[in-house]
Design a protein around this ligand. Structure first.
Ligand code: HEC
Length: 101
């Protein structure tokens, strides 16, 4: 019984470590799709609103409103529709951690 538990924990460990690493990079990786319009690190200038340093909760609410169509948009409905809740949160964490300038 003890040996089984030990082996089980040993098997779980690398999975847990791999998950943490994935969470660290996913937001940044997904954000690459946004920076073409919103600027490097979300610091756009001009007509497209900057998204660097937007608080995560506000960001998530904006993206969900784009995704369900309740917030008017020209292009953002398309970009939000393909994203899961988890992905929106990960991107939100990434942009919230970027300084505005
Ligand atoms: C093709 C250009 C383009 C791309 C790519 C793009 N956006 Fe946008 N984004 C816009 C425009 C334009 C708006 C203003 C709303 C609209 O017209 O759709 C906007 C608005 C937003 C807003 C609301 C900002 C505010 O303060 O009102 C957020 C948040 C946002 N985008 C996040 C993202 C994220 C996250 C991605 C990547 C998954 C992304 N955008 C990709 C053009 C783009």
């Amino acid at each position: 019984m003890k040996a089984t538990l030990c082996i089980y924990l040993l098997l779980l460990c690398p999975v847990a470590v791999a998950d943490v690493r994935a969470a660290d990079t996913t937001g940044r990786d997904l954000a690459i799709a946004c920076t073409g319009c919103h600027g490097t690190d979300g610091r756009s200038e001009g007509a497209i609103p900057p998204i660097a340093s937007v608080p995560k909760d506000k960001f998530v609410a904006l993206m969900k409103a784009f995704r369900d169509g309740s917030r008017p948009a020209t292009v953002m409905h398309q970009h939000a529709r393909g994203l899961s809740d988890q992905q929106i949160i990960a991107i939100g964490e990434y942009f919230a951690s970027r300084s505005p300038r």
